[in-house]
Design a protein around this ligand. Structure first.
Ligand code: MN
Length: 454
């Protein structure tokens, strides 16, 4: 057994808001930046020992998925380690790492997440012999990531999509209602959101058909039925709830990180023409729920917390229950489009953005979501909304980039895009840059297939 690494109390412990009912420090394990694994990891890999994101995969010789962590070019099979008794009694007895999704593990709560993360880190460090020098165990526990099938890591119970980027809300509001009415009067007081469709959340690599629906070609014409003509992406990240609450309970800002397991990238595919005709008065519906893609590796809050930064001040100051630690993550984000005419390795980067631009933070979002007693469950997702920055190269969807379809993007092939064409694929990446390593998300990608025939 290695020396005890110590529980590191990060910003998570300092996030007491004015609403705090209790201020017990939250447990977390922050990996020392200099720590190295016996697994070789390139400096530009998304998956060093400081990350260890959780995902679901099926080894080539197996028929059912189980849980692993990504490290370098490999997946470490946690079901094998748990069966060998290396992850503690609870992991062996409950065998939650043999499940095809993370839900039962996430329900165990933060103290189990912390001790598990710490134990996996110990087993992977360069000076730990337990796994490093056991060739038989190593063969069973490590798989090359490109040789396994990756599946959706969570059974999504509920999905909420916020609208938390002020640049995005202002840009889209100006397109829909004019610059004077861009931000609705409630926007700086409430983290605005709608409830999305959990059942149509898919994992990266799932291609989607262009949706059919009802649109209105012009303001003085009757509506028509057909395939969407203005299909778009939205660059977002989503927080994954782990520890559940019961109906009637609420989570103050200071306790949100007790409930949040991790973060994934999310592409909220959007049919703008369907959305524009249907969205008033109750918000998005069929323009959004034909498919929402997430990245397959859940990056834990512990892995991200060294990359938290102060959020921009809010004006006006929000109501008391929304006073959070005001920390946002410095996650660098990128969107690229690849058309059918481009070579497989080619893609055109349309966007560089960052979660640090968000106006409402993840503590405020979940505190608001639950303030009326709405319960949350393990596997619930709540997404940020499109993450746009203040500059023209940081816009998180085509609607903004092309100014409502008026100014096309010109691609290196000479092709133009106002919105996505059949055969196009969209790839989103995200990472936090450390000193000599990065904590990354991998990617969320998907292609657009032609509409099914009406
Ligand atoms: Mn969205």
């Amino acid at each position: 057994m290695l020396p005890f690494l110590g529980l590191h109390v990060s910003y998570l412990a300092r996030s007491n808001s004015l609403m705090a009912q209790q201020s017990s420090p939250l447990q977390s394990y922050i990996t020392p930046p200099g720590l190295r694994s016996f697994i070789d990891v390139a400096p530009d890999s998304d998956f060093p020992i400081q990350n260890l994101p959780y995902g679901a995969f099926t080894p080539a010789a197996a028929s059912t998925a189980c849980i692993g962590v990504a490290i370098g070019d490999f997946v470490l099979d946690l079901s094998v380690l748990a069966e060998a008794g290396l992850l503690g009694d609870e992991a062996r007895a409950q065998s939650y790492f043999s499940d095809p999704v993370l839900n039962r593990f996430m329900e165990c709560g933060r103290s189990v997440w912390t001790s598990t993360r710490q134990r996996i880190t110990e087993l992977l460090r360069s000076d730990c012999t337990t796994l490093r020098d056991n060739a038989e165990l190593r063969t069973r526990a490590f798989h090359r990531r490109d040789a396994v099938a990756i599946s959706i890591p969570i059974r999504v119970g509920g999905y909420t999509d916020f609208y938390s980027s002020v640049d995005h809300a202002r840009n889209v509001g100006a397109l829909f209602r004019g610059p004077e009415n861009a931000l609705n009067p409630n926007w700086r007081h409430i983290p605005i959101a709608y409830d999305g469709r959990a059942g149509s959340i898919v994992v990266s690599g799932t291609d989607l058909h262009r949706p059919l629906g009802q649109t209105r070609p012009s303001d003085d014409a009757p509506p028509v039925f057909g395939a969407s003509k203005s299909l778009d992406f939205e660059l977002e990240v989503a927080f994954v709830v782990g520890t559940p609450t019961k109906l009637g309970e609420s989570i103050p800002c200071s306790q949100v990180d007790e409930h949040v397991f991790g973060v994934v990238l999310l592409n909220d595919w959007s049919a703008r023409d369907i959305q524009k005709w249907e969205y008033q008065p109750l918000g998005p519906f069929l323009g959004k729920n034909f498919g929402t893609s997430i990245s397959p590796w859940v990056v834990t809050l512990d892995a991200l917390s060294p990359f938290s930064v102060d959020a921009h001040p809010q004006d006006p100051q929000p109501l008391e229950y929304l006073r959070s630690a005001r920390r946002v993550f410095d996650i660098q984000l990128e969107v690229a489009i690849r058309t059918a005419k481009m070579a497989p390795h080619e893609a055109h980067v349309t966007t560089h953005s960052n979660t640090k631009f968000l106006y409402w933070d993840h503590q405020q979002q979940l505190a608001h979501h639950t303030v009326n007693g709405c319960p949350v469950g393990a596997g619930d997702l709540y997404a940020t909304g499109t993450i746009s920055g203040p500059t023209p190269d940081s816009l998180g969807c085509l609607l903004e980039i092309t100014k409502g379809g008026k100014q096309p993007v010109v691609l290196p092939t000479g092709e133009e895009r106002r919105f996505l064409a059949d055969g196009d694929s969209v790839r989103m990446r995200g990472w936090c840059q450390g000193a000599g390593f990065r904590v990354g998300f991998g990617e969320v990608s998907g292609a657009i297939l032609p509409a099914r025939t009406c």
